[in-house]
Design a protein around this ligand. Structure first.
Ligand code: FA5
Length: 337
């Protein structure tokens, strides 16, 4: 067989070898003691001296080619066995484990756990409700007048005429009270959605924790105490908190709760819109109409409620200056927590 025919035959046999045994047979056929390529090499010594260099070069080239084709085919067979097209080397169990790509808890989940632990320590239990909500629970039962601006589609993502993505966690209050009798003390956490213009402290998709306490003698002083205890447990006893009179249809009186901005230490920055304060939560005493909607007698029961922005708490806790980072999926950001 001349060199060209031999090369063709080597390529064909290796190519069609469909397992380790077939490949080993092919190796023996060409490179074994009595193999065809080995034979060529042996023949060199019997050739006339002036032909030996050429014959030597051709035989060596065939030997190398056969070896490298066999090696390549072996990798392909191993890869098929391992079920991976990319598998190149045999598995080495002594290599160090790779690190850095393990999953971790999202910073918002970590902050939520911390909030939950504080509230549970203060006697609150957990409740929950749907993100896709009926207009009735999101607005009507919460005493929103029909013409209230936040019912406008500017703020609310409607799904159908009477179904929407909840704009706050307050509907959970109504759902919980419909199912349970006082006394009750609950928190409810979850994602909320608003058709907002986005900036460093406003997202269109963010998270709230709702608190609700209903009993026979709950007062504004109870609300203030719980809110202050909570904020100081979370941020330290020196944190300044202020209650600003506000309006919510479902509470009366109502107050916005602010704390000093930790990003700028109260000096003014883009996060606090240069005010030195950051708004953390809305709060107030449950409106009698909300009690009526769930069948509670407002002459007997009173209660307070609050709704705080989890993303804002996380920003203050870690000095993060842009709310958009939380859901931006940038691993360089997420891996820092
Ligand atoms: C409410 O959503 C009321 N449901 C809160 C409430 C509950 C009041 C119970 C009284 C009784 P407000 O729209 O202010 O209120 O939002 C509450 C908190 O959510 C804010 O204080 C803020 O921390 C956070 N928040 C509001 N809008 C955004 C936004 N676009 N991006 C990030 N956080 C926001």
């Amino acid at each position: 067989m001349d060199a060209d025919a031999l090369e063709k035959s080597i390529r064909h046999d290796i190519d069609t070898a469909d397992g380790y045994d077939a490949l080993e047979q092919t190796r023996i056929k060409y490179l074994g003691r009595k193999g065809l390529v080995t034979g060529l090499l042996k023949d060199i010594k019997d050739a006339p001296p002036d032909e030996r260099p050429k014959l030597g070069a051709v035989s060596n080239k065939l030997k190398k080619l056969t070896e490298s084709l066999l090696e390549e085919k072996l990798s392909v067979l191993r890869a098929a066995q391992q079920g991976s097209r990319f598998y190149k080397k045999p598995h080495d169990a002594t290599l160090p484990a790779h690190d850095g790509m393990t999953g971790r808890r999202h910073v918002l989940a970590t902050v939520f756990r911390e909030l939950k632990d504080i509230f549970v320590g203060m006697g609150y239990t957990l409740a929950s409700g749907p993100m896709v909500e009926l207009e009735y629970y999101n607005f009507q039962a919460l005493n929103f007048p029909d013409e209230h601006p936040s019912r406008d589609e500017q703020d609310t993502f409607y799904i159908t005429d009477d179904m929407l993505l909840r704009t706050h966690t307050s509907p959970v209050q109504v759902r919980y009270m419909e199912e349970n009798k006082p006394p009750l003390k609950i928190i409810a956490a979850g994602r909320v959605f608003r058709n907002e213009s986005i900036d460093p402290s406003h997202a269109a998709e963010f998270h709230q924790v709702e608190g609700l306490y209903v009993d026979t003698d709950v007062s504004l002083a109870d609300l203030k105490l719980d809110v202050e205890i909570f904020i100081q447990q979370l941020f330290g006893s020196k944190t300044q908190v202020r209650f600003r009179p506000s309006f919510f249809p479902f509470t009366e009186p109502s107050a916005e709760v602010d704390m000093t901005c930790v990003v700028c230490q109260g000096k003014g920055c883009s996060v606090c819109q240069q005010t030195g304060w950051i708004e953390l939560m809305g709060s107030g005493m449950v409106h009698p109409n909300v009690f009526r909607a769930v069948g509670y007698d407002p002459e007997i029961y009173s209660g307070f409620a609050f709704g705080l922005g989890v993303d804002r708490v996380a920003m203050m806790k870690y000095g993060i200056d842009d709310i958009r980072l939380f859901l931006g999926n940038d691993l360089r950001f997420l891996r820092q927590f």
